[in-house]
Design a protein around this ligand. Sequence first.
Ligand SMILES: Nc1ncnc2c1ncn2[C@@H]1O[C@@H]2COP(=O)(O)O[C@H]2[C@H]1O
Length: 526
Amino acid sequence: MSTLFLIGMHGTEKSQTIVHNEHIFDRVIELQDLDSLMVTLYRDRVSPFPNPYNFETGVSLVLYDPSRFQLSVRQLDVLFKRFFPSFNISAVDHTHEENLQRLNCVERENSVCRNRITRINHWMYHHNDDTPDGVAKKHFSTINENSVPTQACQANIYTLLLHLNDSKAQHLQKASVPRLIRNIEFMSFLSEPIGKLSQDGSHYWNILSTWDFCALSMSTQELIWCGFTLIKKLSRDSNVLIADNKLLLLLFTLESSYHQVNKFHNFRHAIDVMQATWRLCTYLIEDNPVQTLLLCMAAIGHDVGHPGTNNQLLCNCESEVAQNFKNVSILENFHRELFQQLLSEHLPQLLAISKKQFDFISEAILATDMALHSQYEDRLMHEKPMKQVTLISLIIKAADISNVTRPLSISARWAYLITLEFNDCALLESFHKDHRPDQDCYADSYKNLDSAEEYLDYIQNILTNVTNPDDIIKDHPYIPNGQIFFINTFAEVFFNALSQKFSNLKFLSDNVEINKEYWMKHKKPN
Ligand SMILES: Nc1ncnc2c1ncn2[C@@H]1O[C@@H]2COP(=O)(O)O[C@H]2[C@H]1O
């Protein structure tokens, strides 16, 4: 879905170029001012799943007259990057006709964003061409309709590298929250959970407090509410003051920093891991509210910006992000850096507490790299006495793969989602047989690639209606084999060792065994 926003534009101001190009967009929305734009962006983003208004599956443009709003195009673009990092959205000053050539790119950009394989490919491998030639190409004034330079034409689609570089730049500037964002009452976008609470005040507490917690059937609004409820309580327990609207702004920004279009590695997974982390903390570091708060925060941010693929793919294709982190724990370093910068902007007091305690949040996020799994297993079994940093790393690691320890009906749905993501990785690899990863790619060049926009209605059905695993594996008969492989290779030994060390966690290894038994019964011959 791509949207053309026309801000404060009266009928007569609409140039012929605008009128001629409106059909390129799925929606054209006219708004009075930039305040209304912000409200629309937040409201759309938390619409029910499957959400066509996620601002990731198309490119959106905001046409306005900067002189009327005392905000330059550059400032508005920076605001988008700070508060809506995963969005493909850009500002354009429509009062100069030559700027409207920007509209010529949208069709081609949309074709990249609509296909999930080219979209992921672009996120992972596209980089800015900063050579003199590349910079020259970016001058839109030299563009005519038939020779749109591809680099310029893809300048406004999300990439991991831009996300990383922009967040570093914002961090250096130490800018305050602009008025347009500061004035927003975030609670007003959460009518759904607030409505449920009016009927049952402890609804979300009851859900959060059990191991049957199921983030899968929750809406984006409810996920944000769960994060808000838990962090608010933990910050009170720790005597760390965080104003409600500030906390909500952080959570909305985090949600917009995760890719809503990912099947598994999205904000839903982040809230699931937060909840599991908290439950584990209540058993293992019960008397340490500050560490519990830090660890739950780390859990919400631990996969921020995740492209839904893996380190191997980034490394094999020599992406700039991989090189930036010297091919070591690439994604985990990426998440750590983005999240630290977000925290330094939104909750510096919490980051300061974290830094005082062996750089707590960094250590926790880096521990989620599965390449380190056997090292942590070794520490779990042999480190005596166990260091505090090991214990907190083990908690977040356990929470990160805790989906296999949830009750079967929940675990099977997570298994389904991770399988879909793995399938996309396989498609991306096959795409690379015919295309260079950093090549500018358009849907035309791989029409035979599965381009359906990910059957989101079907996913939604599994998330909300299907609770019987038999119904999931009917359509995906190889899920049991994948689960058996994951449990045998990683989960079984790890959760057994954890349960042996901490006897009150025996329910984890018990659940893994129950789930494994089910998968074994439905295993397919390889
Ligand atoms: N149920 C599951 N089945 C298979 N792999 C899983 C499952 N849960 C987690 N994983 C893998 O474990 C990894 C933990 O780190 P990531 O979140 O980066 O990516 C995760 C997946 O690759």
